[in-house]
Design a protein around this ligand. Structure first.
Ligand code: A3P
Length: 307
């Protein structure tokens, strides 16, 4: 029987099963162990043709694009988009279950179409069914340095991810592709290379920041929606960093602190482009840039590290 408790209350019941999980590779990509242990269920997920997949490397602006999409699909109705916490509105495909909370796959099986689905999987691990059904896919990429800074603070506060350790060592782990969901470089390149063939809408965090209206219109057009100007303006406002930071259905304060400890670092942390300058020393930046040039050789992805 379905529990009468809210999502947040159910989460409180599972304190003992949460821990800083180790990582276990799936086809060479390190994933949180309970995701890897449950991999078959994810790989065999059956997509529907009208599913929309939102794919990102962690900390690239996932929650931001999720909120934009939900508002676009609900004609900018703020109240409707407060109907539930974001992981309930837009389930996280590969996330594992805990005693009272269904896994992403289980939750999606109960979700009526049309479904919007979040994933952090690199393109090669996305269940085949999404491609067979020719589902729409929105990908958001964020420049490597800001993405890394955001991930570092997230791993400090997210009590289910491996300990980040000290900053300088964390940079090395990022460069080696040792963090959860693997190499940032392979992730952004994988979707970029396939974007035309597979009809993927490829967005950038920096563009969303610089010109949110323009990017909202791009998403709206991709989804075949048409909204009047005043509603688009309302969505720009509702998806600003300030609005989302104070939105209890988007800011992840619905997770208890044994999962996300906002006292360590808030989920809605800074929301800026260029915060990497406050973290990288000159030497770290030079080493990172040289490695970056090597990894991204031959790639023409137009990343911006400042706006
Ligand atoms: P920072 O840690 O740099 O602040 P994800 O949702 O993929 O986990 O990404 C989280 C990052 O996106 C965090 O970055 C968060 O602050 C930022 N973010 C979330 N909503 C945002 C918004 N409306 N505008 C700008 N940045 C946003």
């Amino acid at each position: 029987m379905k529990s009468q408790k809210s999502y947040t209350e159910q989460l409180k019941d599972v304190k003992e099963v949460f821990q800083r999980f180790t990582l276990k590779p799936v086809e060479g990509v390190p994933l949180m162990k309970p995701i890897a242990d449950n991999w078959e269920k994810v790989a065999s997920f059956r997509a529907h043709p009208n599913d929309l997949l939102i794919a990102t490397y962690p900390k690239a602006g996932t929650t931001w694009i999720q909120e934009m999409v939900d508002l676009i699909l609900n004609n900018g109705d703020a109240e409707k988009c407060q109907r539930a916490p974001i992981p309930e509105r837009i389930p996280f495909l590969e996330i594992f279950s805990s005693p009272t909370i269904p896994s992403g796959v289980e939750l999606l099986e109960q979700t009526p179409s049309p479904r919007v689905i979040k994933t952090h999987l690199p393109l090669q691990l996305v269940p085949q069914s999404f491609w067979e059904q020719r589902c729409k896919v929105i990908y958001v990429a964020r420049n490597a340095k800001d993405n890394l800074v955001s991930y570092f603070h997230f791993d400090r506060m997210n009590q289910t991810q491996p300990e980040p350790g000290p900053w300088s060592g964390y940079i090395t782990k990022f460069m080696k592709g040792e963090l959860s969901w693997g190499s940032w470089y392979d992730h952004v390149k994988g979707y970029w290379q396939e974007r035309e063939k597979r009809g993927i809408l490829y967005l950038f965090y920096e563009e969303m920041k610089q010109n949110p209206r323009q990017e909202i219109v791009r998403v709206m057009n991709y989804l075949g929606q048409s909204l009047p100007d005043d509603i688009i303006e309302k969505i720009v406002e509702l998806t600003s960093f300030k609005s989302m930071k104070s939105n209890p259905m988007a800011n992840y304060t619905f997770f208890p602190d044994f999962i996300f400890d906002h006292k360590v670092s808030p989920f809605m942390r800074k929301g800026e482009v260029g915060d990497w300058k406050n973290h990288f020393s000159e030497e770290e930046s030079a080493i990172f840039d040289a490695h970056y040039a090597e990894q991204m050789k031959g790639s023409d992805i137009p990343f911006k590290t400042v706006i």
